[in-house]
Design a protein around this ligand. Structure first.
Ligand SMILES: Nc1ncnc2c1ncn2[C@@H]1O[C@H](COP(=O)(O)OP(=O)(O)O)[C@@H](O)[C@H]1O
Ligand SMILES: [Mg+2]
Length: 225
């Protein structure tokens, strides 16, 4: 029995391997600054003496790379097949990379996780968001991040930042990106204890300070256990 205000040492343990590390996901549209913030966060965590794993979806494993190729650069994939492929990539990533790292006490920072599926496949396509969420929870054996950072930018800013269109999802029109953005913000609002939504239209260093403040609180919690 765990006191509600104390961190649960088995919080990642629904699947194979109990974990002592921390799991942080960065979410947001293309061009929101996920890769930029992940790199800054990783450097800072290492400077604190933490062991960090920076990873990403889709394609965080060799199997995932093949899936990513099909998803982003191949022929049209039907919405259900697309949702299954993203979930397959995620399930494999969690079981072979993320859970083992958490079990070693590593801070895992992933550039995209299940909220990207919920937002993109659930909002922009013809699937129910609840179905997409259920699929990812099944695929990951319910591994949820300790903290999900939603980097929020307008479609205009996202488009300007990503410059040349380079994959199938990035080439969707702005109303698609607006729907995805709303979904990310709704997910963050649903569970403020596990989310940080930040205005990512600001300079990268300012955004990073907000993220570090919240991650500091997360690591301090871990230190109490
Ligand atoms: N806060 C920011 N302000 C201005 N430009 C940014 C900011 N964050 C990232 N960029 C630039 O925008 C582009 C997209 O950033 P990136 O981190 O690759 O976004 P994502 O990984 O979310 O697609 C890059 O050229 C990056 O240097
Ligand atoms: Mg990126």
């Amino acid at each position: 029995m765990t006191h509600p205000h104390e961190p649960d040492p088995d919080r990642h343990a629904a699947g194979p391997g109990a974990a002592t590390g921390h799991f942080i996901a960065l979410e947001g549209g293309d061009g929101a600054g996920k890769s930029t913030q992940a790199a800054l966060l990783g450097d800072w965590l290492e400077s604190l003496g933490r062991t960090v794993l920076l990873t990403h979806e889709p394609g965080g494993t060799p199997v995932g790379q093949a899936i990513r190729q099909v998803l982003l650069h191949g022929e049209h994939v039907t919405p259900r097949a697309e949702a299954l492929l993203f979930a397959a990539d995620r399930g494999h990533h969690v079981e072979t990379v993320i859970r083992p790292a958490l079990a070693r006490g590593v801070v895992v920072v992933t550039d995209r996780y299940m909220d990207s599926s919920i937002a993109y496949q659930g909002a922009g396509r013809d699937l129910a968001a609840e179905d997409v969420e259920h699929l990812s929870r099944w695929a990951t054996q319910e591994l949820l991040p300790d903290l999900t950072v939603v980097l929020d930018v307008s479609p205009d800013v996202g488009r300007a930042r990503r410059g040349q269109v380079h994959d199938r999802l990035e080439s969707e029109p702005d109303d698609f990106h607006a729907a995805v953005r709303r979904r990310f913000l709704d997910l963050a609002a649903r569970e403020p204890a596990r989310y940080l939504a930040v205005d990512a239209g600001r300079p990268a260093d300012d955004i990073q300070l907000d993220i570090r403040r919240r991650v500091t609180a997360l690591l301090d919690q871990g230190a109490l256990s």
